[in-house]
Write a protein of this length. Structure first.
Lengths: 325, 315
């Protein structure tokens, strides 16, 4: 099969939707005439679809989000690019109080197709304001869906679903994934929300990881198998909301151990949520306490010497999982 | 403009409907039936009536947290409005959200805002969508209060409204106070002047003079509709009751309130009708009809069931 990058896969899904449906538009800073997106995802789309569909904006994230909500109320399917996921803080009201609540507050009279693209994660020294993974903050908000593709195939398929989700979708991308390559079919396809994938089958421990941490977990799993005789199963939820607890539970039932690996902050993170559900419902299946392996509760630093300590890497995942046996 | 009795009778009918509706909501609040807060617009009726009589049902609207009059005038059924006020299942939003958040898609009311200032960027987005759809017959009327104009997104949105040239009629209902804080103590710039900085057509008028509001908004709405450009109108008015139904408004003097009561838009309109020869009986009959409409709505709301929780609400 043909190999393309994560970035190209996202673009292919967006381009195809825009070609078929003139209600699909993109709104954001530097997405058209300037950079074509800081990570190049919208490259070529301005030339193809023009300024009415690829809408460049002032630096005003709050208003970008509001404008997308307004356009969505009238039937458009906006894809907002927030230049760096960290900047979502500037448009938090639109997400928390407007987008997430439209369907409930209007008693279903209105619902929103609205994708918010969020390039997150540490990207070699980008520092505290351009490096965060913030998925867990938003898992607590009713009315939002959260997608977090870990590879090019999922990036294309999840984006195709997100555009027509009929609910606002926070689409967390990862800087370290944009240039990674993978098999992606040329034709359109959609990956359903709420269905996890098994990235690696195994029998001794369940590792749940999302986004870039799937590749870290897989590398750790290889080492655990080769050097330490531990056969890990790696589950990629693909969407954190809705979360496929069934696939996670089936795996835990088989392995009797659970670790959650994430780049989001440790406190109240993805692992806190999955861990609490598993301990609440499936305590009897567990042979040892659940392990949360996450970014430490520290703003993401700039130098590699500190980043390596704050964000989980293969070495730390291997070490912490070995402690479970 | 020549005096038109029928138009003044319409002014009176609509303003009196809002007044009676608000008084009924106040009664419900006093009886403990309005669970949360409710913001009444007694004294401000001319702002909704004078503007919205020039707006078509097919136009879009975004209302404020003090928006019952705006919502009624846009065409929402009085019974469904009243039922929403006390959280009944027959309410326009199923009784889920109450006074502050009325949405009615059937009359293109996109919803009212509980977050002050959040409506500005959404309004720009609606205008953007109207431009993209090429719907040259429709505009958005977007209401907000004086306090909202100190939010940062007011300025962001005026800038975007200007560069994207959106057909949005921004209407500021300036009742001089944001909750208990006088506008003049929060900003030294008059509101209508803030829009002129962005090259947006902007004007103001006496918000207690319904004919003035009507005429001024007619002119501005024609401009927004035909030129497809944003515009702003500041309406200076006063709520003669508290910020919410439970606010005893100690931050204002009795003299100030009494002074504004003399400028009551309903009384002013009645005086003009009487002076121009409309018989008092005709006015009384009109009021009685509205009293009945509102009483019926209150009875409908009181008799309706409360919404029931079910798991499908989980998101």
């Amino acid at each position: 099969m043909r190999e393309i990058t994560y970035s190209e896969a996202l673009r292919e899904a967006i381009r195809s939707a825009m070609a078929k449906d003139d209600k699909v538009i993109m709104i954001g800073e530097e997405i058209g005439q300037g950079y074509a997106g800081v990570f190049g995802v919208s490259k070529g789309l301005y030339d193809e679809f023009g300024p009415k569909r690829i809408i460049d904006t002032p630096i005003a994230e709050n208003s970008i989000m509001g404008a997308a909500i307004g356009a969505s109320l009238l039937g458009f399917k906006p894809i907002v690019e927030v230049m760096f996921a960290d900047f979502i803080a500037v448009c938090f009201d639109g997400i928390l109080n407007q987008a997430a609540k439209v369907r409930f507050m209007s008693n279903g009279q209105y619902s929103l197709n609205l994708v918010v693209r969020l390039p997150g994660g540490e990207g070699s020294g980008t520092g505290p304001h351009h490096s965060q993974c913030l998925e867990s903050l938003f898992m607590a908000i009713p009315g939002l869906k959260i997608a977090n593709p870990s590879n090019p195939y999922d990036a294309k398929g999840l984006m195709s679903s997100a555009i027509y989700a009929n609910d606002p979708v926070l689409f967390f991308e990862h800087k370290k994934l944009y240039k990674t390559k993978g098999d992606v079919p040329q034709e359109d396809y959609a990956i359903p929300f709420g269905k996890a994938g098994i990235a690696r089958a195994g029998k001794d421990i369940t590792i749940v990881a999302h986004s870039y941490m799937v590749s870290v977990a897989l590398a750790a799993a290889d080492e655990l198998y080769e050097k330490h005789n531990i056969d890990a199963e790696v589950i990629d939820p693909k969407t954190l909301v809705p979360l496929d607890m069934q696939t996670i539970a089936e795996s835990v039932k088989k392995t009797s151990r659970l670790a959650v690996v994430e780049e989001t902050y440790l406190r109240a993170g993805v692992g806190s949520e999955i861990g609490s559900i598993v301990s609440e419902r499936y305590m009897d299946w567990l042979d040892c306490p659940i392990k949360k392996i996450a970014s430490r509760n520290v703003p993401i630093p700039m130098p590699a010497s500190l980043v390596g300590e704050v964000i989980p890497d293969k070495k730390r995942v291997v070490k912490e999982i070995r402690e479970m046996f | 403009m020549d005096y038109d009795q029928n138009l003044y009778l319409t002014f009176l009918e609509k303003m009196y409907l809002i007044r009676r509706f608000e008084q009924k909501v106040y009664e419900f609040a006093e009886r403990g039936l309005v669970f949360g807060s409710t913001h009444l617009e007694v004294g401000e009726e001319a702002t909704a009536v004078g503007t919205l009589l020039n707006i078509k049902r097919s136009d879009y609207m975004i209302a404020t947290h003090r928006g019952h009059g705006q919502e009624l005038l846009k065409g929402t059924d009085v019974n469904a409005m009243m039922a929403e006020m006390i959280g009944k299942a027959t309410g326009i939003c199923g009784g889920r959200v109450g006074s502050m958040h009325v949405t009615d898609a059937s009359v293109n009311n996109l919803g009212a805002q509980g977050i002050i200032g959040a409506s500005f960027p959404i309004s720009v987005g609606v205008g953007l969508a109207l431009n993209l759809l090429g719907q040259k017959d429709k505009i958005l009327i977007s209401f907000f209060g004086d306090g909202a104009t100190n939010q940062g997104n007011f300025y962001e949105s005026l800038n975007m409204a200007d560069i994207w040239k959106v057909p949005v009629f921004f209407v500021c209902v300036n009742n001089l106070y944001g909750m208990g804080t006088a506008y003049c103590s929060t900003c030294n710039i008059e509101i209508y002047k803030k829009a002129t900085f962005f090259n947006i057509k902007s004007d103001y008028c006496d918000g207690n003079d319904v004919a003035a509001v009507y005429n001024k908004s007619k002119e501005i709405i024609d401009y927004v509709r035909t030129k497809r450009l944003p515009a702003l109108l500041e309406l200076k008015t006063y709520r003669t009751i508290g910020h919410s139904a439970f606010d005893k408004h100690p931050y204002r003097t009795k003299e100030e309130i009494e002074d504004w009561k003399k400028k009551d838009p309903i009384k002013r309109t009645e005086d003009i009708l009487l002076k121009n020869g409309t018989p008092k009986e005709k006015i009384d009959k009109l009021k009685k009809r509205i009293d009945t409409t509102v009483d019926d709505a209150a009875a409908f709301a009181a008799q309706s069931p409360y919404p029931v929780y079910d798991d499908s609400l989980e998101q």
